[in-house]
Ligand binder design. Structure first.
Ligand SMILES: *[C@@H]1O[C@H](CO)[C@@H](O)[C@H](O)[C@H]1NC(C)=O
Length: 270
């Protein structure tokens, strides 16, 4: 019993992050995170309590900048990848991809909790406590950038470089339409529900042919849950309080239509 308590105490003492009681407004946290390929990157987590949103950004080993925004107000999440182009293959310096989807409850901690996170040891290299699987995301519809404010005020900023490459899922479109979002926000893509209608880009030879592209990314470290601890007052009355966070890692695998294979050059047969 006593040993167990000591162990529990030790575990709390070892918590990487502490929730401060002090109120912090918009705040930024920089954490060192180990990526799947072993490289260490600096991840910047920002919470905006007023706009009720969180953003998370880091650079992958290949130079790709990954940005994730959780908009709690509109219950929307946005993934952006800024992929370094291969200049010698005639590509732009950057290729931007944006994926917009519904934010579910409890995917990530609330923005006001995020704003209060501080770390005890900024030099520590973080590895998520829970490694979640790869979620398959079939992005079968496009979003019109200039109308996307109807979904979330963040899309315009985050996705401005991705004009022709803002994608979402059929089920999300259906949900948003039911909520009253105007149909003109969405653009139909060539029929992609039938797998047979377009080939995967990695098996398409012609650079000018349309095909189904895939892109995977992983949010390697983010606070996914609040931890609660128990305290007992002098009278032996118990209560719980927030005493830290649990960290998660989660992968996403996006499949989407591109009008030309050359917009999907990373998706090559190896
Ligand atoms: C997107 O919306 C803008 C402004 O509402 C419109 O002018 C434009 O034609 C739309 N783009 C497409 C591809 O439909």
């Amino acid at each position: 019993m006593f040993a167990a308590r000591v162990r529990t105490l030790a575990r709390f003492a070892a918590l990487l992050l502490v929730l401060l009681v002090a109120v912090g407004l918009g705040s930024e946290l920089r954490v060192r995170v180990r990526l799947s390929d072993g490289l260490v990157t600096e991840e910047v987590l920002e919470a905006d309590s007023d706009r009720d949103s969180i953003s998370l950004e880091f650079k992958q080993g290949d130079g790709t900048l990954i940005t994730f925004v959780a908009d709690f107000k509109q219950e929307v999440k946005i993934f952006r990848a800024l992929i370094l182009g291969e200049l010698e293959r005639g590509q732009n310096q950057y290729q931007a991809l944006c994926f917009v989807s519904r934010l579910n409850r409890n995917e990530i901690i609330p923005s006001e909790s995020m704003a209060r996170l501080r770390q005890k040891n900024p030099q520590a290299i973080r590895v998520a406590e829970e490694r979640r699987g790869l979620e398959q995301m079939a992005m079968t519809a496009a979003v019109n950038l200039s109308r996307a404010w109807q979904l979330s005020s963040h899309v315009r900023n985050v996705c401005s470089e991705a004009h022709e490459a803002i994608y979402t899922r059929e089920a999300d479109v259906k949900y948003w339409l039911e909520k009253g979002v105007d149909v003109s926000v969405f653009e139909a893509l060539p029929q992609t529900t039938e797998v047979s209608s377009f080939q995967a880009c990695h098996s398409t030879k012609d650079l000018w042919q349309p095909c189904l592209c895939t892109y995977s990314l992983r949010l390697e470290w983010y606070p996914c849950l609040l931890k609660y601890c128990r305290s007992r007052d002098a009278g032996g009355k118990g209560s719980t309080y927030k005493c830290g966070i649990k960290s998660c890692s989660k992968g996403y695998h996006f499949t989407y239509y591109v009008p030309q294979k050359q917009l999907c050059l990373w998706d090559e047969e190896t």
